[in-house]
Design a protein around this ligand. Structure first.
Ligand SMILES: Cc1cc2nc3c(=O)[nH]c(=O)nc-3n(C[C@H](O)[C@H](O)[C@H](O)COP(=O)(O)O)c2cc1C
Length: 425
């Protein structure tokens, strides 16, 4: 035993910098370690094609020096849209609009990946009378009021959704995205299948972890079959759902090992669901120790697999980012909200080891209103909309204005939702 004060062995990674390039196994080069995590933009047009503002927004991030941008979640199924302004990518999509978006997002040698998603039961009741899910179990924790109870998918529907993931991935590559990411986190459909709390199926798609993970494995296989080995395919996955009887850390490790053995190119680590949104509220103890939320989990993953890792949630300073990279806990630092406030963050953080961004604590002062308006999301969406109009973000913008906009949005949504419901009848 050498004891606590043993001299550390030389660290070959100690000279790692935020602008050190990274080469994936398939040869894709990512020019630096700053990874823009997905933020749902809600900037699609009425037919769910990318609106023109999306090109402005992603050109701005490319200009700011980010190494890789992941798009906000793109829906793979027109009948299951998480938010009104979501982009959908299927055989009815206008690929020319997607090409304008990817041309802007890939400027300045930036990788631009499409995040593909199916929301499962996480669709507000104004948008779907009866969403689908692995099992007919509603959301809890007060969400019962805004989210309808889903019905269980049939086996044929599961197979069709898997096919749609593959199709969207092929179209994404055709449209100019340089990679694809499966949204397997935050309580959406992939994550619902993984969770013993939400997946109570007794057929081959539920039960043991092997069976619960069949869905994500088949989604990955379908995508790989469509895009081949040259296109990087990644996943954003929960370290855990942080819910009683939810998807837990030990299970998440097994999923990570399985996908890694199948050849996935990248794993982004997050956590939480709508029922317990720690992806944005954070894990306080962990953040206090090391700035980012999921680094301890990443350390354990790193001991088991060599697949490139991204840890997302909580990074705010160059020092915190560099410490995470140099400890080899992660290969990339995943960043979302700070990039909605300062798109030049990558250039600044790379240049200045003392860089730090402080984010405002967002509250109206009324807990109920904060929750209804999903403040943590709506205020940032407001910043994205500004950049989409080629305006600078406004970090001082009024919180109550975002709340008002969200509530007006809900009103429009209620109107459109009633039309959707009428159309369904
Ligand atoms: C406005 C907004 C929209 C988001 N949309 C998505 C999304 O579409 N897909 C996703 O995987 N995560 C989404 N997230 C979560 C972020 O990618 C990220 O995991 C989270 O904000 C924590 O990182 P941060 O502390 O750097 O903001 C969203 C977050 C915000 C604030």
């Amino acid at each position: 035993m050498t004891g606590m004060n043993a001299v550390q062995p030389p660290c070959p990674e100690c000279d790692l910098a935020l602008d050190t390039p990274f080469t994936l196994a398939n040869g894709t080069v990512i020019k630096n370690r700053i990874w823009k995590s997905a933020m749902s933009e809600q900037l699609a047009d009425g037919r769910h094609n990318p609106g023109p503002g999306l090109a402005n927004l992603y050109a701005r991030w490319a200009q700011g020096g980010v190494g890789l941008s992941v798009s906000g979640n793109i829906m793979i199924d027109r009948n299951a849209i998480g938010q009104l302004g979501n982009v959908v990518l299927d055989e009815r999509s206008d690929l020319a609009a997607f090409k304008a978006w990817t041309a802007a997002g890939t400027r300045n040698d930036t990788q631009f990946w499409a995040q593909l998603n199916h929301p499962g039961k996480q669709i507000v009741n104004l948008l779907s009378r009866q969403p689908v899910a692995p099992s007919a179990i509603g959301l809890s924790e007060g969400l019962e009021r805004s989210f309808n109870k889903p019905r269980a998918l049939t086996e044929a529907e599961i197979v069709e959704i898997i096919r749609k993931f593959g199709l969207s991935a092929r179209l994404a590559v055709e449209a100019g995205f340089t990679g694809v990411q499966i949204h397997g986190a935050h309580g959406y459909l992939v994550s619902q299948f993984l969770s013993p709390r939400h997946n109570r199926r007794t057929d081959q798609w539920g039960g043991s972890l092997d069976q619960r993970m069949r869905f994500v494995v088949e989604v990955y296989r379908a995508i790989r079959l469509e895009v081949g080995d040259r296109v990087p395919v990644g996943i954003k996955l929960n370290s855990a759902d942080f819910m009683h009887d939810g998807f837990a850390e030990g299970e998440s490790m097994t999923v990570v090992e399985t996908l890694s053995a199948l050849g996935i190119d990248q794993i982004e680590i997050s956590g939480g669901t709508y029922e317990n949104p720690v992806m944005v509220s954070g894990l306080t103890a962990s953040a206090a120790r090391r700035e980012a939320y999921f680094l301890e989990y990443a350390d354990e993953v790193r001991r088991r697999i060599m697949t490139p890792l991204v840890v997302t949630g909580g990074f705010r300073s160059s020092a915190g980012m560099l410490a995470a990279l140099r400890s080899r806990s992660t290969d990339f630092v995943g960043i979302a909200r700070p990039l909605a406030v300062d798109p030049d963050l990558p250039r600044k953080a790379i240049r200045d080891d003392a860089f730090r961004i402080e984010l405002r604590r967002l509250t109206t002062g009324f807990a109920v209103l904060d929750q209804v308006a999903a403040l943590n999301v709506s205020w940032y969406e407001h910043q994205l909309r500004r950049m989409a109009r080629n305006k600078a973000p406004d970090p001082n913008s009024m919180i109550l204005t975002s709340v008002a906009r969200t509530l007006i949005g809900y009103g429009v949504c209620a109107f459109k939702g009633s039309r959707i419901r009428r159309a369904e009848n």
